[in-house]
Design a protein around this ligand. Structure first.
Ligand SMILES: [Zn+2]
Length: 71
């Protein structure tokens, strides 16, 4: 489950929300003041996930891209 980190611009509160494919960012409100004036921030855990996934052998990725010619 992807966890997204948000920050409320009204009360400066940081909070995390799990967004499933059926839920949208526009429906997220601040749990502190229920404001919709929020912005998405990138959490440290997301950086860890990104660096971990980059360690996947590039052979699989290049093999996929070599078949990407749709002309
Ligand atoms: Zn707030």
């Amino acid at each position: 489950m992807p966890i997204y980190e948000f920050k409320c611009r009204d009360c400066q509160k940081n909070f995390e929300t799990i967004l499933t494919s059926s839920s949208k960012v526009s429906t997220v409100v601040c749990p502190e003041c229920t404001s919709k004036n929020i912005m998405k921030t990138i959490s440290a855990s997301s950086y860890r996930l990104a660096s971990t996934s980059s360690s996947i052998p590039t052979g699989a990725l290049s093999g996929c891209s070599s078949k990407g010619g749709f002309s």
